[in-house]
Design a binder for this molecule. Structure first.
Ligand code: FE
Length: 336
């Protein structure tokens, strides 16, 4: 009797020891994502099926996610932060919320200008912030560079989104990196002088204003054009690739980094590596009509139809480093 009791006690003890091991072995990854779940969930469901790893999401805007990571500190359940715009990724790094990932796979799959030089974040998809123009009132031969949109021939013809949006802060920051602050300020002042209407709160509004004849040209992220074109195939607007003889089109990324206090760093690193691979890239990029970050993966046919272009290859970390300078410059120039 005593022996039997001792036996079951041992058994319970054994199960008790085993259980945490089993719990540990059942891996999960927790993602804080500023990308909406519908865009990324199908892809991550695929990964879960293949690996048995459960992926949990918390979805919110970039700002609140960074605040949450900050508040949670080492108690955060988050392993990965996914967000859009290098300006946001740079902020996360700067606030000490990320840790570097040493990965040959990521370094091979993600071009150097689209990742943090110290490996704190990696681009996963590329968007171009480029010129949109009315196909009824503008000839592509009228267009050349971002700088030329500041010229007097565009007076009363330009539409812009608000400078409060990080996309424009990054665009101007990258312009400062390329041509210097004084030249960039002249350009931004020229844009402001050419505005056809007060700044809009979204890129889609800029595209619709061009279509409606309120202005002739604007600056937008390529995927907004793609989305609107899907809804309205006869949209009288097209994209132009500026600065092809010089610095290239301004690109930005959606991207990810491992949180500083990730509880599942090995699994999180494997997931990021997979996201940069051929298999995942095509899906990740095309779900939002973006370009794959991995240059070996072709773009979705509907995106490829807009033509190929030379990208600006200044490192995107500059979008973060010069963000504050860009915001002050736009303020001085009257770009609100
Ligand atoms: Fe966007």
């Amino acid at each position: 009797m005593i022996r039997r009791f001792a036996g079951s006690a041992k058994c319970i003890l054994f199960l008790g020891l085993l259980f945490p091991v089993l719990t540990y072995a059942k891996q999960e990854i927790v993602i804080y994502s500023a990308r909406i779940e519908s865009l990324i969930k199908p892809l991550f469901d695929d990964y879960s099926k293949k690996t048995g790893i459960t992926i949990k999401f918390i979805t919110a805007e970039a700002g609140p996610l960074l605040q949450r990571l900050q508040a949670e500190g080492s108690n955060t359940p988050a392993d990965l932060l996914i967000t859009v715009d290098a300006g946001n990724l740079w902020q996360a790094k700067q606030q000490g919320l990320l840790q570097p990932i040493d990965s040959k796979v990521l370094q091979e799959n993600v071009p150097a200008h689209l990742r943090d030089p110290e490996n704190y974040w990696f681009g996963l998809s590329v968007r171009a912030r480029t010129v949109a123009y009315s196909t009824q009132r503008v000839k592509p031969s009228d267009l050349s560079t971002y700088q030329a949109l500041a010229g007097p021939q565009w007076k009363g013809k330009l539409c812009l989104r608000t400078s409060k949006k990080v996309y424009n802060q990054s665009l101007v920051a990258m312009l400062i990196a390329e041509i210097g602050e004084a030249e960039a300020e002249k350009v931004v002042r020229g844009w402001v002088a050419n505005l056809a209407a007060p700044v809009f709160s979204s890129d889609v509004q800029v595209l619709e204003a061009i279509a409606a004849g309120q202005c002739d040209i604007g600056l937008v992220n390529s995927y907004y054009f793609g989305r609107l074109l899907r809804e309205k195939p006869a949209l009288p607007v097209a994209l132009f690739w500026p600065n092809q003889a010089t610095s290239g089109v301004h690109v930005n990324v959606s991207g990810a980094g491992m949180t500083r206090y990730a509880k599942h760093p090995a699994a999180a690193k494997s997931l990021l590596e997979w996201l940069s691979s051929g298999e995942a890239q095509a899906i990740f990029a095309s779900s939002n009509l973006e370009y794959p970050v991995n240059p070996r993966v072709p773009a979705d046919a509907s995106v490829a139809a807009w033509g190929t272009f030379k990208q600006n290859t200044h490192n995107l970390s500059q979008a973060g480093q010069l963000q504050a300078v860009a915001i002050r410059l736009m303020d001085r120039a009257g770009y609100h």
